[in-house]
Design a protein around this ligand. Structure first.
Ligand code: NAP
Length: 354
């Protein structure tokens, strides 16, 4: 695709933490360019530079000059819509865009568990994008909604995918240490988080982690997903880390793997072949680290340009069978980067036309 053939995209919620990550990741993207930015009425009508408190690096000059629009499908006309909307706004706005024929790639929780909406990490379950046909038939729209998961659930599901494929997960206990950027911008007040751990994350964080992984690790059967039959117990904690959610996992399986077999499964896993070589796909979706004190957000969060999830410390568990630690970038792999990779798969399969 030459630069003049790139596909125009809109970003809803463009001023927030995930919206800004979309803009950074799409700067120079070979297939997409940011044609429109939209946010709440508070920001609409201002230039993007004026409306946004930019968090990291330099704001791309072409986006800085765009006027922020209201999230109205009559005003925002790009065929591909990346949504970084707050859940309170996504419920009404995202379907309006799908009804108007746009392909919406959503980061919000609202439609993730709907039976006809794909919830996708493409290396894990690209085949679930086949639900789009059923969604269009059921809802009578020519667009589509495709979602990516809660950011902690994404890290855990990617790390467990090779183990589930080979050994069949039965039970999972997960304790998370989630970065402050996961709370959006400006997020958690500094006096609440500095030198502290907050053992609660609002917005049903634990429930999202407990229900989304079974859908992602489930199987497409005709026009529905059969959830993977394992149970999850989650403890979600907010910690004073800028970027990168760490998850500690204890697991039981239908067939108990040895530690070496589990490590080999993680090392050898490359995920769905259709994803390889796409512009946002990392060389390794999972990297197993042998060091006894890794993964760490400070050292590993930008592996694979933020798209590689790092795994370490696979060992026996005296109560469950195995335990391990995984860590991944919450606003990249867990949000904007994941959505962009989903859109790249949809371009490759012709659902989004060039
Ligand atoms: P954020 O920083 O609070 O940004 C929210 C965005 O939504 C802003 O652009 C805001 O615009 C816009 N918005 C709020 N109310 C609106 C309305 N009524 N109409 C139109 N736009 C509205 O939040 P975030 O962290 O980027 O998260 C965005 C979404 O991604 C959420 O659904 C979140 O759960 C999900 N998510 C976040 C992460 C993460 O790591 N942060 C990971 C996965 C998923 P204004 O600036 O004009 O108010």
């Amino acid at each position: 695709m030459t630069s003049s053939e790139r596909i125009p995209v809109a970003i809803l919620g463009a001023t927030g933490a995930v919206g800004q990550t979309f803009i950074r990741l799409l700067d120079g993207h070979p297939w997409f360019y940011v044609a429109e930015v939209a946010a709440s009425e508070r920001s609409a009508g201002k230039s993007y530079a004026e409306a946004t408190r930019w968090i990291e690096g330099n704001m791309p000059a072409d986006v800085a000059a765009l006027t922020v629009k209201a999230c109205d499908s009559a005003q925002v006309t790009s065929p591909v819509v990346f949504s970084a909307l707050d859940a309170a706004a996504a419920g009404d706005l995202e379907p309006a865009f799908a009804k108007a024929g746009r392909v919406v790639l959503s980061n919000a929780k609202n439609f993730r568990m709907a039976a006809d909406v794909p919830l996708v990490i493409p290396e894990v379950n690209a085949s679930h994008l086949g639900l789009i046909t059923a969604q269009r038939a059921a809802r009578g729209w020519s667009g589509a909604i495709v979602t990516n998961a809660n950011c902690a659930a994404t890290v855990a599901a990617l790390a467990m995918a090779p183990l589930h494929e080979k050994f069949g997960l039965k039970q999972v206990i997960v304790a998370t240490m989630q970065a402050i950027s996961g709370a959006g911008y400006p997020g958690v007040p500094s006096l609440d988080i500095l030198g502290n751990v907050i053992p609660y994350i609002g917005g049903e964080e634990e429930q999202k982690i407990e229900r989304e992984m079974q859908k992602m690790l489930g199987k497409l059967s005709g026009s529905k997903i059969d959830d993977a039959p394992f149970v999850v117990s989650a403890h979600a904690n907010r910690v004073a880390v800028e970027n990168g959610h760490t998850v500690c996992l204890s697991m039981t399986f239908n067939t108990k793997p040895t530690v070496d077999a589990a490590i080999s499964a993680i090392r050898e896993w490359r995920g769905d072949a259709s994803v390889r070589g796409l512009p946002s796909a990392p060389d390794l979706p999972l990297r197993y680290r042998d060091e006894q004190d890794r993964p760490q957000p400070r050292r590993d969060v930008n592996d694979g340009r933020g798209m590689t999830v790092s795994v370490g410390r696979v060992r026996e568990d005296p109560i469950m069978q195995l335990r391990m630690v995984a860590m991944g970038h919450n606003t990249i792999r867990g949000a904007a980067g994941g959505s962009i990779l989903n859109a790249e798969v949809l371009v490759k399969t012709g659902v989004i036309s060039r």
